[in-house]
Ligand binder design. Structure first.
Ligand SMILES: C[S@@+](CC[C@H](N)C(=O)[O-])C[C@H]1O[C@@H](n2cnc3c(N)ncnc32)[C@H](O)[C@@H]1O
Length: 234
């Protein structure tokens, strides 16, 4: 399986980096999307230690730009890419607050990956409008959600000192940042506002059915509290 051959990613992250979980997410987020990643210019928001940027590269992306707020993670991503021999003209890692980067930089990409980030913010309008402005035709989105059947958002607080949480930015205060988990109807509503159609949803329930061994590594997916969408712009 994919991460069996690049085990560094289990060591350079303290965030849900078990081999079983990484491999399962690869099956859901990368495998079904090889057709759009191959030959694509990819923007990976909240790129962490580069794990999904690297997976996109291996899936045939011609160039990957990762944006990540935490400096040690950007350094880890760069060293992972160097260690695995990726030519330096095929990728770039930008250290910065992705909201600022999306607002200030002009991107021209085919695919945006927003994996494991949307539920660390409440700034959905900025996030989705920023993604829309990149001109990407595709958005790969993986996020925690609530199972509420109405379009609601469950507001909660992230600790900016925690590696997996929202990073410190202009809107955080006393090491806290406001975040929210949307319900699936809320998520679909917001995507629709910015002209994204959900074209595909990974069948996590089908994948995890009768597999308690795997369910442990992907608990939120198993309970419907996490989804993986492939979106296309209208
Ligand atoms: C839960 S991790 C997800 C990592 C990876 N994308 C994945 O799906 O496995 C969230 C990541 O978002 C990054 N992050 C949080 N706030 C950010 C911000 N404002 N700008 C850029 N990165 C941010 C964190 O440092 C962390 O690497």
């Amino acid at each position: 399986m994919f991460f069996d051959d690049c085990p560094r990613f289990c060591d350079t992250s303290a965030t849900a980096a078990s081999l079983a979980r990484l491999n399962l997410r690869h099956e859901a987020m990368i495998e079904p999307n090889r057709d759009i990643l191959s030959g694509a210019r990819v923007l990976d928001l909240a790129s962490h230690d580069g794990r999904w940027s690297f997976a996109a590269h291996r899936a045939g992306a011609t160039h990957v730009t990762g944006v990540e707020a935490r400096r040690p993670l950007v350094q880890a991503a760069r060293s992972n890419f160097a260690e695995y021999g990726v030519p330096s003209d095929r990728y770039k890692f930008v250290r910065g607050d992705l909201f600022e980067v999306l607002a200030r930089r002009k991107f021209d990409v085919d695919v945006v990956m927003c994996l494991g980030f949307l539920y660390h913010t409440l700034r959905y309008g900025e996030l989705l409008s920023g993604i829309m402005r990149t001109g990407a035709r595709w958005l790969l989105l993986d996020t925690k959600v609530t199972t509420d059947t109405e379009p609601r958002i469950w507001v909660n607080v992230n600790r900016t000192g925690v590696q997996s949480h929202a990073a410190k930015d202009d809107m955080s205060h006393r090491r806290q940042a406001i975040a929210g988990w949307p319900s699936v109807p809320a998520l679909r509503l917001m995507l629709d506002v910015y002209d994204f159609d959900v074209e595909g949803e990974y069948d996590w329930a089908g994948r995890l059915e009768s597999r308690p061994d795997l369910t442990k590594a992907a608990a939120a997916y198993a309970t419907g509290n996490r989804v993986t969408f492939r979106c296309r712009t209208r």
